[in-house]
Design a protein around this ligand. Structure first.
Ligand code: CA
Length: 224
């Protein structure tokens, strides 16, 4: 197994490389995002361990650019904070898994084993609901195969709802996950976006997003 470790903290990078080599991995290290991105494109790895906070390009950007270029090497993101927001952003950018620092080495190994077992370089699963298909990697949405012209925010909102299919999502949840923390507007902006989104994805006969007054929104689970 060949692993690329992209980590700027030297002590962390060295101990990871040392441990992984002892466990039989072939390890290469990059100490900044640009170098990591370059190595990941030039070489073939079975898995990439990618720190989020990196000089030059952060982990999210590295991940997103790799996915945009059609590189599906499994990526384990190392996040500094164990917060939902980071996880959402990590998954949005196309990461396969994440691990919050500080972590124990055996847990890291377990994550790497699980990632490499799942199949190498496979394209991440697309999300589907009511004839809609959303590809989180390319951030494109089609309706019965026809591409839809959605804004980036509309795609984020739709993806958030699709990932929670069958569950009620409150306007606050949407604000927290689809708008950045600098946004100071209220829930009305969510209503506006849901309204526009509906006009683009729904025909009169097939509502996709259900409004639950006072609770939020729901994309119903489909019987399988
Ligand atoms: Ca770092």
């Amino acid at each position: 197994m060949r692993v690329l470790v992209v980590e700027d903290e030297q002590a962390m990078a060295e101990s990871l490389a040392w441990g992984l080599q002892a466990d039989g991995y072939v390890v290469e290290v990059a100490d900044n995002g640009e170098d990591g991105l370059w190595k990941a494109q030039e070489n073939v790895y079975d898995v990439i361990v990618l720190d989020v906070m990196l000089p030059r390009l952060d982990g999210y950007q590295v991940c997103r650019r790799l996915r945009e270029k059609g590189r599906w090497t499994p990526i384990l993101m190392l996040t500094a904070m164990d917060e939902d927001l980071d996880h959402a952003e990590g998954l949005d950018s196309g990461a396969d898994d994440y691990l919050a620092k500080p972590f124990s080495y055996p847990v890291l190994l377990a994550h790497l084993r699980s990632l490499t077992r799942r199949g190498l370089g496979t394209r991440p699963a697309v999300l589907t609901a009511a004839g809609l298909t959303l590809d989180p990697a390319t951030r494109t949405v089609t309706n019965d195969g026809v591409p839809l012209d959605l804004t980036s925010r509309e795609i984020s909102v739709l993806e958030f709802l699709m990932r929670r299919k069958g569950r009620v999502v409150s306007k606050t949840d949407l604000l927290d996950h689809c708008w950045d923390t600098a946004f100071t507007g209220g829930p009305a902006v969510v209503e506006v976006h849901i309204h526009r989104l509906r006009r683009k994805i729904e025909t009169a006969a097939t509502p996709v997003i259900v409004t639950l007054r006072g609770r939020g929104y729901l994309i119903p689970d489909e019987p399988t």
